[in-house]
Design a protein around this ligand. Structure first.
Ligand code: FE2
Length: 240
């Protein structure tokens, strides 16, 4: 195989992914490219990796409530779903990573100076591999909304950032999942930058009694489709 081998190209569905320039989302004005994109040949390692053998992801890496001595503050939740390809086939053994704010809406990150408390028992990052059915599962706390400086009195709806690899490093999807019925969604320039309303709604998880565990945690389900007309929208990879 040549070092200039390329992954197969797939048609990009219309309206699903946000444009690189979404003027209401302020920082895209600075970072959106002004010249047409040029596709670079992919390197062999981008096409053949990652090879994530057993033991790289720890058995508790999926549980964000058990990374410290005590339990974090907030509403304990389970977020789970399947990673699927265009044809609805499961994608097993794929790395799913998450990061999020704590229950008060603050990230454990030096740049975040929001006047909300840090939680010494919550780092806000986790990862897991999908199982044979393509299923991932995280235990965490429901993140809080937080202000940002995009426009006056701007608040981000509660969300969890997700990063997924398909079968190669070059097949990375970075996105965010939101919670249903959040009144902030309609005013969020990131969420609203996804042109197709049906595609936008694919970023909402839904509450499930089947996933909810008695006397323990509320359960939410969210499937992720990596390509095709029903694919899950890409979403800004910002810490925000
Ligand atoms: Fe965020």
């Amino acid at each position: 195989m040549s070092d200039e081998a390329q992954l197969p190209r797939y048609p990009i569905p219309r309206g699903v992914h946000p444009p690189l320039l979404s003027p209401a989302y302020e920082s895209t004005r600075l970072r959106a490219p002004r010249e047409p994109l040029r596709l670079l040949p992919q390197e062999l390692t981008e096409i053949t990796g990652p090879l994530l053998g057993e033991g790289r992801v720890g058995p508790l890496d999926h549980d964000l409530t058990r990374q410290h001595e005590g339990e974090p503050q907030g509403q304990r939740i389970i977020v789970t779903g399947r990673v699927l390809d265009e044809g609805g086939r499961a994608i097993p053994d794929t790395l799913v990573e998450v990061w999020q704010a704590n229950a008060a809406g603050r990230y454990a990150h030096a740049v975040d100076q929001h006047a909300a408390p840090l939680d010494p028992n919550f780092t806000g990052a986790g990862r897991c591999l999908t199982d044979a059915e393509g299923r991932y599962r995280f235990v965490t706390i429901r993140p809080g909304a937080y202000p940002w400086r995009n426009h006056p009195n701007a608040w981000r709806p509660a969300h969890i950032h997700f990063s997924l690899f398909g079968r190669a490093f070059a097949q990375r999807l970075v996105t965010q999942v939101y919670f249903p019925d959040d009144p902030l969604l309609g005013r969020d320039p990131m969420y609203m930058s996804i042109p197709d309303p049906a595609a936008r709604r694919r970023l909402l998880c839904h509450w499930s009694l089947d996933i909810t565990e008695p006397d323990w945690a509320l359960g939410y389900e969210w499937d992720i489709v990596l390509r095709g007309p029903a694919s899950t929208p890409r979403h800004p990879p910002d810490r925000r």
